[in-house]
Design a protein around this ligand. Structure first.
Ligand code: PLP
Length: 744
């Protein structure tokens, strides 16, 4: 502990000595830190041996809660970046929110999702250091609160460097004295305390969707005001009041638009130090960069002006000023009216956060090649036309410390033996070195390890879910947030199609498969919840059919979270990455599965494309329409015609309405059925192209299923995927950010 404290202190001083990076994110999906930290310190194995020697259950770490201050991919990316930056001694520290309740815990009852509060701080958080000397006062139109930082050490792998994740907690300005109050004041004081604490009470459980809620805006401003005040204060302490060097010494990365109010907040604070607006603006522009995570319109943030003004009126005034400046710039370019309109920050009585973030930043980046190209061609094309030099791609990555070394020590040792070192834990590009060693012998060894990991997962699933799986089966896995665009429904329908085809004899020679799902649905997302119920209905149908005993199993695991992911990834044979082309910005689950030796059954979308480029078409199963194909068909796409003409499609679709499956109280299966065949007032029929891609998906899925029969050849494909996963390390990603965006 003393060693950590000393290294932490030294690292803090070091990060302050030249240009440093502040990562701003509303979410950090950290998971369990204890085992990860022991692994980073290189003492995990020793600690486990010591525990064993003393007869202490090594599973004791399992009792420790995940820290789930994030929803999914975006929050996990932030956590992977902290790990990679610390490991590679990049002077990066994080700012975030210390939610009292993280992402809800999921319970499944009668096949349906129920949410339970995630009281992760119940037993205290000894690994976080409260810093009462660094609090910040945050002022809203109707409220003043104190932001209290809690610092968490982020321990780099086999290095003395320790980064800091500073999580801000909202508290009342004054602790009240019970003795002094009469009853009325007492109630008043309690209510003030509660109102203050409400700001960081709970993580909003939406991933890839936007809701214009007042408390959410308060959270965002709270994070930004606290973070920026802290950074400026620290700058002044070291360099004094001369802000001409501020941008040279500070870079701030915005993880999506959630922390974009940090831009006007920095301008506001600099103006308080008497800097003219234009000077403050230019400092902000040089300091900030913005990472876009989605192109789906329902997830793009825009705040209603009236709401925004009623929460942070002074920030609104600065945004008005920024918009005026934007229009002065746009006047000098010869643009048409439409284009100028689309670029307005304040537009139609709403504040468009992506426009604000793009205008006042040095760089804008997408998170996979195809995603960045779509940004340049569609969503941000007007901006790309005038500021092409601002646009960059930074394909996402994952940390191999957590997603290989920690969760799959068996595979890690196997690779280390082939390579003669475990340097790949710090430099994943080295795994390419196993390519020359891919042969029958190593493929068989790999298959043995895979089977071992499947048996471990099967044990766990049996304990948790009560479903028995055989490690002889193919493990076909789709784990990610539940969203229509991720098409878990298409997967469920394909399983049902296989089931019906086995039953009616159309499909013989099927290799036994366990289909495993894990996903949380946002609590207010009815269709997503309906899809969970449907998957569970399919599971009941299949699992209770004695004819399926030795052929198929379907499991929906309860409460899929990071710790569950760490058990699932190593056990996968097939990785389902099946979003329609052009919808998944990158995906990172796809990378975790690839690194653990699963083949991708996927569309030409997000980072799947780069995965295939690296690992080869022949080692993966790619299907479905591409972006260009969808562009071509979308205006006269007729899913009803496919339904009418294709008896397989008709049969599985009808299962939604013919009583074969037990629908929810509110008839969500019927609603799903109608949304696909007829659309609704807000979207076209089957706007995620489930029926358009269905047959191509079936074909690829059954090809993989058949290929598995030659499990030695199949294992070689898996090994090729592992060997090709080098570029998907978040070490590569963060080093690119450091060189190409932050110049540190
Ligand atoms: C990696 C991860 C995600 C993101 O998965 P995608 O398949 O990229 O959407 C979501 N949740 C958890 C727990 C993860 O570990």
């Amino acid at each position: 502990m003393a060693a950590i404290a000393e290294n932490w202190h030294k690292s803090k001083e070091k990060h302050n000595s030249k240009r440093r990076v502040h990562y701003f994110s509303a979410e950090y999906l950290l998971g369990r830190m204890i085992t990860n930290n022991l692994n980073s310190l290189g003492i995990l194995k020793e600690v486990i041996q010591l525990l064993e020697a003393r007869g202490i259950d090594v599973n004791l770490f399992e009792a420790i809660e995940d820290i789930a201050l994030g929803n999914g991919g975006l929050g996990r990316l932030a956590a992977c970046f902290l790990d990679s930056a610390a490991t590679h001694e990049i002077p990066l520290d994080g700012h975030g929110l210390r939610y009292k309740y993280g992402l809800f815990k999921q319970q499944i009852k009668d096949g349906e999702q129920h949410e339970v509060a995630d009281d992760w701080q119940r037993f205290g958080t000894p690994w976080c250091k409260r810093r009462d000397d660094s609090t910040v006062e945050v002022t809203f139109a109707d409220q003043k609160v104190i932001a209290v930082p809690y610092d968490m050490p982020i321990i780099g792998y086999m290095t003395d460097n320790i980064s800091t994740l500073r999580l801000w907690q909202s508290e009342a300005v004054q602790e009240f004295d019970f003795q002094l109050f009469n009853n009325f004041e007492y109630e008043q004081a309690v209510s003030e305390k509660n109102k203050a604490e409400n700001i960081t009470r709970v993580l909003y459980p939406n991933e890839n969707s936007y809701e214009g809620k007042r408390l959410r805006l308060k959270q965002q401003y709270f994070l930004c005001c606290a973070g920026i005040t802290d950074i400026v204060r620290n700058f002044i302490k070291t360099y004094g009041n001369d802000f001409s060097r501020f941008a040279e010494l500070n870079a701030i990365q915005l993880n999506d638009t959630h922390p974009t109010v940090a831009i006007p907040e920095l301008i506001r604070i600099l103006q308080d130090y008497n800097l003219p607006f234009d000077v403050a603006f230019e400092i902000a522009r040089k300091t900030f960069s913005y990472t876009n995570h989605t192109i789906m319109s329902e997830a793009l943030e825009s705040w209603e002006v009236e709401l925004f003004k009623s929460v942070i009126p002074n920030i609104y005034s600065i945004i008005v000023r920024i918009n005026e400046k934007l229009n002065m710039v746009l006047e000098t370019k010869s643009l048409d009216y439409e284009q100028i309109y689309r670029m307005q920050i304040i537009q139609d009585n709403r504040i468009v956060m992506a426009n604000l973030a793009t205008f006042v930043s040095s760089y804008v980046n997408g998170v996979a090649q195809i995603h960045t190209e779509i940004l340049k061609k569609n969503v941000l094309k007007d901006w790309y036309a005038i500021y092409p030099e601002r646009f960059q791609n930074k394909t996402n990555g994952i940390t191999q410390r957590r997603f290989l070394s920690l969760c799959n020590p068996e595979l890690t040792d196997f690779i280390a033996i082939i390579l003669g070192s475990n340097d790949f834990i710090k430099d994943l590009s080295i795994v390419e070195g196993i390519k020359p060693f891919i042969n029958d012998a190593t493929a068989k060894e790999f298959a043995t390890i895979k089977k071992q990991k499947k048996a471990q997962l099967a044990d766990f699933i049996y304990k948790r879910e009560g479903v028995k799986l055989s490690s002889e089966f193919i493990f076909d896995i789709q784990v990610k947030r539940l969203h229509e665009y991720k098409r878990q429904l298409m997967n469920a329908l394909s399983i049902l199609n296989i089931y019906y085809q086995i039953k009616d004899g159309a499909l013989t020679d099927f290799t036994p498969t366990a289909f495993i799902f894990g996903a949380k649905a946002a609590p207010g997302y009815k269709r997503a919840k309906g899809i969970i119920k449907f998957i569970n209905e399919v599971a009941t149908t299949v699992n209770s059919d004695p004819l399926m005993q030795d052929l198929m199993r379907v499991v929906f695991v309860e409460n899929y979270n990071l710790s569950y992911a760490e058990r699932i990834m190593p056990a996968a044979d097939v990785s389902e990455q099946i979003s329609p082309a052009g919808t998944e910005a990158s995906g990172t689950g796809n990378m975790k599965l690839m690194l653990n030796g699963a083949v991708t059954l996927g569309t030409y979308d997000g980072a799947n494309i780069e995965i295939i480029q690296q690992a080869g078409f022949e080692n993966n199963y790619i299907f479905g329409l591409r972006v260009e194909d969808i562009e071509k068909i979308k205006h006269n796409y007729n899913p009803k015609a496919l339904y009418d003409s294709d008896s397989n499609i008709k049969r599985v679709m009808d299962s939604l309405i013919n009583g074969a499956m037990q629908d929810t109280q509110d008839h969500s299966f019927t609603e799903l059925y109608n949304s696909i065949l007829y659309g609704t007032y807000w979207h076209r029929p089957d706007h995620h192209y489930i029926l358009a891609d269905f047959n191509s998906y079936m074909e690829a899925k059954l090809k993989a299923n058949n290929d598995y029969k030659d499990w030695v050849e199949f294992s070689k494909k898996c090994l090729m995927n592992i060997a090709s996963a080098g570029m998907f390390s978040s070490d590569r990603t963060i080093i690119q950010y450091a060189k190409e965006l932050w110049h540190v």
